[in-house]
Structures are given as structure tokens and as C-alpha cells.
Design a protein. Sequence first.
Length: 342
Amino acid sequence: MSNWLSRLALTTDLAIDLGTANTVVAVRGQGIVLDEPSVVAIRRGSRPTKVQAVGREAKDMLGKTPAAIKAIRPMREGVISDVDVTEEMIRRFIEKAVGRRPLRARMLISVPAGITQVERKAVRDAALKAGVKEVHLIEQPMAAAIGAGLPVSEPRGSMIVDIGGGTTDVAVISLGAMATEYTLRTAGDAMDLAIQQYIRERKGILVGLPTAEKIKMKIGSAHPLEEELEMDVRGRDALQGVPRSEVVTSVDVREAVAGCIAEIDQAVRKVLEETDPELASDLMEHGILLAGGGSQLLGLDAHLTEVTQGLKVRCAETPLHAVVHGVLVALEQLDTYRELLQ
Ligand code: ADP
Ligand code: MG
């Protein structure tokens, strides 16, 4: 390849949604090129930390890892628990997504709304170390709003509820900033745990978290369904220790996750209460935008309409990609959105 051509090939603009459960990478002009769990498998006790695998390969090791390997989710709580591991994860995902050091790339990364300056710096440094030329950060609720085409730069309030794996972000955005924001550390993971516990206590069988998550995705709900659902769940009898299956219904699962949903309701109410009345009144018109994988829980929209006494609730078109989609839009119009970036 001639010199100028190879340089051209190295110019890539990347959009990254660094989520607590999933990391999604998109390339300008190409769309999504990588969508994998934010999981890293590391060698136990290695100094410096030796990363064995990232993403899907590492998630498959969760719970089944041989003693020498430990699978961790460095972004689990919406905060970075281990800077080095996060850095390595970002570096490997970039490498996997574009296959080489993206030397001339500009990168826009969405980060959880609640992270600290130190954590922001860590994310930025990780991207720079991976060889990127220019890095900007954007907050996830802002990205979700841009992706959904909400008028974020105008003096009109828009509310976003983004339910991910580790955190639920509730924000009201106006004039290109978050007017009110609350990060709740209860989201999809907490629902999985609640389902696991419910099934142990009420059905007497032990299931792993991956099974609890499958149950949530298949028959989980936040509002009574026209036709309630059920599924056969296989696990280990809590007393006898033998394999056994039980029928679990959507009514069961709703009861199991009710506590988590109540916390989300409270966060929404809190943000509404703290929002300037003028902005809050805009929400009557625009309603709430739901994003994130957890927002796919059946009936959540109807439930939140009830909780807010009638606000319209709209679900993002592709909840799991709403944020990266917005990051890509912001990247494509970097000059328009520059002042919204961190
Ligand atoms: P994050 O942005 O924190 O990485 P995501 O937006 O990728 O999180 O969402 C991941 C969460 O969404 C997980 O907890 C997953 O179980 C949950 N999820 C995915 N699909 C569904 C579904 N159909 N119903 C309920 N929860 C779901
Ligand atoms: Mg997210």
C-alpha cells in the first residue's frame, strides 16, 4: 500500500459506549462493528495483571473459570473498579474492532453519568494509550437523548431513563446539559439477583445468574400482562442437591423484581421533584425516553406512565444500541455538539 493510502486507512472515527454490562463500538460510516460484554478474564495473582480474554470469550468463563482465572466486570457499578483492567479492556476492544492501532482516529466515548474526574481521566488515558489521537467523552444519558433525536440543545426539558446492567441513569436534559441527574446502582444485575433469590426461597431450587437473566428476558415484566407467561426452570434442589425443574410464571418474576422496580420508580420521582417546574412542565409534552437493555422488561412503559401519573413513555428503537447510536451522531456532528462534550 502506498504511504498516503495507508495513512488514509488509519483515519477512523470511533464511537464507543462503555457500559457496565456491554461495550458497543461503532465506526463512522460503517455503523456498529463490535458489541460484547464488558467482561475481562484475568490470571489470578498475576503482577502486573495478566489479561486472558475480554468480551464474550471472558463472559463465557464467568462462574466456570478454573481456579487460576478470574472473570471480572471492571465497570459493574458504573464506576471503574480497576483502572488497569479497564484500560486493557478498552485497548483490546479497539484492537478487535478496527484490527490495528487506530493512529489517527478521533474517538468519542460515552461514560456513565456518575463517574468521577479521576475515572474520566482513566478512560481518556486508556484511549490515548491505545493509540487514538483525539478523545472526547460524553455522558450516556446525553448520548441516548441525541440518538433519539431529542432537542438536547434547546431550552426544553427531556427525561431519559437508561436501565443498564449495573446502573439506572435518570436525567433531565436541557440546553445541552443535564439539569438534574441521578445514578441508581440498581438495574438489570440486581433484577437477576432478585430472581435467583426468589426462586431459591419460593421454589426451592438453585439457579445460576445466567439462568436468572434468561428468565427475566423471557418472562420478566413490570406491569400485569394481558396473558401471563410461564416457563420451565431447571436447577438444583436446594435441599436434596439433585437436578429438578419447576414452573415459574411472569407473576412470580414480577413479584421477584418488584423491589428493584420500586427503586427505579423512586429515582424517577426524585428527579422529577428536583427538576425546575418550567422544565418539568415540558415533560408533559415530551414524556420520558426509555433506553438500555433493562428497559426491555415487558410493561415498563405502562408502569412508568402510572407511576408518573400520566407521562408519555417512549422506548428507544434499539434500547441496547440507543447510546452508541447517539455517540455516533454526536461524532458525525462533532462541531455542533462540541460544547456538550466533556
Ligand atoms: P449497560 O449499558 O450497563 O452496559 P445494557 O444497556 O447493555 O447495559 O443492558 C444490559 C442489561 O439489560 C442486562 O442486565 C440484561 O440482562 C438486560 N436486558 C437485556 N435484554 C433484556 C430484556 N429483554 N428484558 C429485560 N432485561 C434485559
Ligand atoms: Mg448503557
